[in-house]
Design a protein around this ligand. Structure first.
Ligand code: CTP
Length: 425
């Protein structure tokens, strides 16, 4: 294992106490860790603790160690910078490139990959200013870990909680191992401005009788995260919500549906002229051939019941095989296949069969995928290659998926302009 020189920046939020766990895990993993807390961070966690755990002196002052040009030396020597927690204020400062403290100077003076773990109240996280700053950082190749959804400092809960130290360490070391994250040229704040994005989320329910249905375990969280992320990037979002188990996001045009046929109608209407359609909903492939008007009663003489089902239309394939120039179609594939190569092969085949431009493959199982706040996906591109792998909160995965969508739209727009330019007049 290579011993890395890692700077851990700690900014002034209550989650600073958890940063000690990040420092400790990195030291125990054999790395040389230099902690750079802001003044605010030192109100939450003491310098002696940080020195003892990191086994290195801890500096905060810009005007200390001037002779050794410390304000740039720390950043220049770093192989990796991890900032945990990153408060809304520190994220704004990073996005603006401010260098009014040692941490700001360290980041600006460094070429190392930067990984940040945001932590703040939900309102602050969801504020357009913070989301725009996050989009700026993301576009510069900064890896954003979290935030997780859960209990915050007060009685409130929601997205904003700092990701657990183990997860931050895993993401940071993975980032260091893979080098710089590709910087998506188009991923700028508002890179979906004026675009119409249609997202389906949740799972359809096919009624058997007035009290029963055939359904699935999709919570709708990933679809909602995509809708939220698209909103944050400036899109007009239509969310087709099928039996969601979580709150609907603000600022979207919401169309509630229940069955596959209702979803088909709603998405076909909304998709007309849309720039992007994301089919994240889990759609039932079959529905009961007959829906009983009255509750189905047990037949005492029987010890079983056979249901007759008929096929539902494949909505994504219907959209994919109709002309859809100018609309990027994104499908999902929920697969239980454990082997990575076979999982990808299933995804590639599904993308082709459905005529989707992009296909997001995720592994599901009894304990994987559905109600979780995290996801692990592979995105397959128009030529069948793996365009990106994303892991993290469903919101960060949503942004990674949208980065690909934006790059596909930009490439298509460029190709269209080039063709027009080269067309004989
Ligand atoms: N989908 C759809 N209409 C259906 C079934 C699925 O539009 N009747 C869409 C889903 O929204 C998703 C993609 O197709 O974007 C793949 O869904 P998935 O359930 O993984 O695949 P299926 O086509 O149902 O194939 P199978 O269940 O055989 O794996």
């Amino acid at each position: 294992m290579t011993r890395l020189n890692i700077v851990v920046g700690i900014t002034g939020g209550i989650a600073a106490y958890k940063a000690v766990g990040v420092v400790r895990a990195l030291v125990l993993a054999g790395h040389d860790v230099h902690v750079v807390p802001t003044e605010g961070a030192l109100r939450f966690v003491g310098r002696p603790t940080l020195e003892a755990i990191s086994r290195n002196p801890v500096h905060t002052e810009l005007y200390e160690g001037v002779a050794e040009v410390r304000h740039v030396a720390i950043g220049q020597a770093a192989d990796l910078i991890v900032i945990a927690p990153a408060t809304a204020n520190s994220i704004a400062k990073l996005a603006a490139g401010l260098a009014d403290d040692l941490l700001g100077n360290t980041v600006l003076a460094s070429l190392a990959p930067v990984v940040i773990a945001p932590a703040m109240h939900t309102e602050m996280w969801q504020h357009p200013a913070t989301q725009a700053n996050i989009a700026t950082l993301r576009s510069r190749g900064v890896t954003i870990v979290g935030p997780a959804v859960g209990q915050l400092t007060g009685a409130d809960s929601g997205p904003g909680r700092m990701e657990e130290p183990d997860e931050i360490v895993r993401a940071a070391l993975r980032r260091a191992a893979t080098g710089h994250e590709p910087i998506a040229a188009s991923a700028v704040p508002g890179d979906l401005a004026d675009r119409h994005v249609v997202v389906t989320a949740g799972g359809t329910r096919e009624p058997l009788d007035p009290v029963r249905f055939l359904g699935n375990r999709s919570s709708g969280k990933q679809g909602i995260a995509i809708a939220e992320a698209a909103r944050a990037r400036g899109a007009r979002v239509t969310l087709i919500a099928a039996n969601l188990e979580v709150a609907e996001p603000e600022g979207c045009d919401i169309r509630s549906v229940s069955t596959a046929l209702e979803l088909q109608q709603a998405v076909t209407d909304a998709a007309r002229g849309a720039d992007v359609v994301v089919m994240a909903a889990a759609v039932a492939d079959y529905r009961p051939a007959n829906v009983s008007e009255a509750k189905i009663k047990k037949d005492q003489s029987d010890d079983g019941l056979t249901l007759e089902l008929v096929r539902n239309p494949d909505i994504l394939a219907g959209l994919g095989h109709a002309p859809h120039d100018g609309t990027v179609l994104v499908g999902f594939a929920a697969e239980t296949e454990a082997d990575d190569e076979r999982l990808l092969a299933l995804g590639r085949a599904k993308r082709e069969a459905k005529g989707a431009d992009l296909l997001v493959v995720n592994r599901v199982g009894w304990n994987e995928g559905f109600a979780s706040d995290e996801n692990h996906v592979v995105v397959i591109g128009p030529d069948g290659s793996v365009v990106t792998r994303a892991h993290g909160t469903k919101l960060s995965v949503a942004h990674d998926i949208l980065d690909v969508v934006v790059s596909v739209t930009t490439t298509a727009a460029r190709a269209a302009t080039t063709t027009k330019e080269s067309d004989p007049a």
